[in-house]
Design a protein around this ligand. Structure first.
Ligand SMILES: *Cc1c(COP(=O)(O)O)cnc(C)c1O
Length: 437
């Protein structure tokens, strides 16, 4: 039998459009057939390389198939290491827990216990929400405009995006929506509203169990919360005995230049969620961290078949050891981030009315006044051999999510492609010449 023809057929159909649900999304914008990946590049079946500035929406902070992580996993498998074990004790889990404590939590003075949830970010968020509600006995949770926390029902209630919320098909309850930092424009402290409602028994807003926040809104369009705003938020939470949950699923694991994205603001959240780049190799893996006093779970109360993925324990432990034994890697990310800020600022200066720079660390991008231009630049970049996606409420923000391990040459070449693609798109839309009078 012939293998299925995976390349586009004359009819325009592929094995994917024929057999896969319409729910597929990223594949529509980058319609190549990928077969290999290494470092900062994805390769199609013809051997063409694409510089990857999407990186699994921030799930590949250490690039594709990092040699050390891959070797650690292959060794573990070849030695007959346990692959699946529900939540039984394994040597792989012990090693991961020890490394996480020694290299990440202890040096940062973060007194957390670790809950291995189901392997998706959304499941880590569900666990965080359930725990906050169980611990406080309260129902509602404060979430912010443009927040993204996953698409299972509890997490989806916290998510702002109407496209995702609309798919729920039922009421999404238990959320109090508040304006994120900057939502009402410069010079407005959006926390004043939250503070006022918390102190007014007639505000109509019930005392919440927790606040869930991203320090940089990954899917929401790279909106950043200032250090002052985050510190104020934490102070409000402490004062009103509300738990602070930082969803660090996308901004964590070094993306902003420190392991946790809230380190710069010096926060000590009560609960933290991690996933995406945690395994380091792109394997499914998520966890929820919280202060020991909050650990009111009964055994198995939040369970799941794939809590703790031994293969991910192995690669995650190797990644912590290799990248986070000291601050060298974080400092490199901060240096590259500063370079990206410079280059994006130069690009934005070519069209000051239609472009501006957003985000921080290696989680930055360009916001377009016209969302169509953002997606046109993404297509132009793809033609030039680079994968870069859009985000934000109208997909108006082009997001640079390159691997943190990217070399200076690769970063330079990606930003050059970006500059060329922006120039190509902007030159298409010359204002019409004035009619002669
Ligand atoms: C991706 C993401 C999630 C959801 O993770 P899934 O693995 O897609 O369920 C939650 N929160 C944030 C901030 C994310 O970026």
């Amino acid at each position: 039998m012939n293998p299925p023809d995976l390349r586009p057929l004359k009819s325009g159909k592929t094995v994917f459009s024929k057999h896969e649900s319409k729910v597929r999304s990223y594949a529509r914008n980058f319609p190549s057939l990928f077969s290999r990946a290494e470092g900062s590049y994805l390769y199609d079946d013809q051997g063409k390389g694409y510089l990857d500035f999407l990186c699994g929406a921030g799930s590949l902070n250490y690039g594709h198939n990092h040699k050390l992580l891959r070797e650690a996993l292959v060794r573990y498998i070849n030695d007959g290491g346990v692959a699946h074990s529900l939540d039984l004790h394994t040597t792989a889990k012990a090693e991961f827990l020890e490394k996480l404590e020694k290299l990440i939590l202890e040096p940062r003075n973060l007194p957390y216990v670790v809950q291995f949830t189901g392997p998706t970010g959304a499941n880590a968020v569900e666990a965080a929400l359930k725990l906050a509600r169980k611990y406080t006995g309260r129902r509602s949770i404060v979430a912010f405009t443009n927040g993204f926390h996953g698409v299972t029902l509890g997490a989806l209630a916290m998510t702002g995006n109407s496209h995702h919320r609309g798919a729920a098909g039922q009421d999404l309850n238990g959320v109090i929506r508040m304006p994120y930092d900057g939502y009402l424009g410069e010079g407005v402290d959006t926390l004043e509203y939250l503070e006022k409602t918390l102190t007014d028994s007639s505000s109509g807003i019930d005392h919440p169990a927790a606040v869930i926040v991203e320090t940089v809104q990954g899917e929401g369009g790279l909106n950043t919360a200032s250090v002052a705003w985050l510190r104020h938020l934490q102070a409000l939470c402490r004062k009103h005995e509300i738990l602070l949950i930082v969803d660090d699923i996308q901004a964590g694991c070094g993306r902003t230049g420190t392991f946790f994205s809230f380190e710069q603001a010096g926060l000590t959240p009560d609960i933290v969620t991690l996933s995406k780049s945690l395994s380091g190799l792109g394997l499914p893996f998520a966890l929820t961290l919280f202060r020991r006093e909050l650990d009111v779970w009964k055994p198995g109360e939040h369970n799941g078949t794939f809590r703790g993925n031994n293969h991910a324990f192995v690669t995650a432990a190797a990644a912590l050891e290799h990248f986070w034994s000291d601050d060298t890697f974080g400092a490199e990310v901060r240096r590259k981030g500063a370079y990206v800020t410079n280059r994006l600022t130069q690009i934005a200066a070519t069209a000051p009315h239609s472009l501006h720079v957003k985000g921080r660390g290696l989680m930055q991008g360009l916001a377009f006044a016209d969302p169509e231009q953002a997606s046109a630049v993404s297509s132009e970049a793809f033609r030039r051999g680079m994968i870069i996606e859009t985000g934000g409420p109208n997909d108006e923000v082009l997001k640079c999510l390159c691997p943190l391990t990217i070399t200076d040459e690769e970063l330079e070449s990606g930003l050059t492609i970006l500059a060329q693609s922006v120039a190509a798109v902007l030159s298409r839309r010359q204002p019409l010449p004035r009619a002669a009078v």
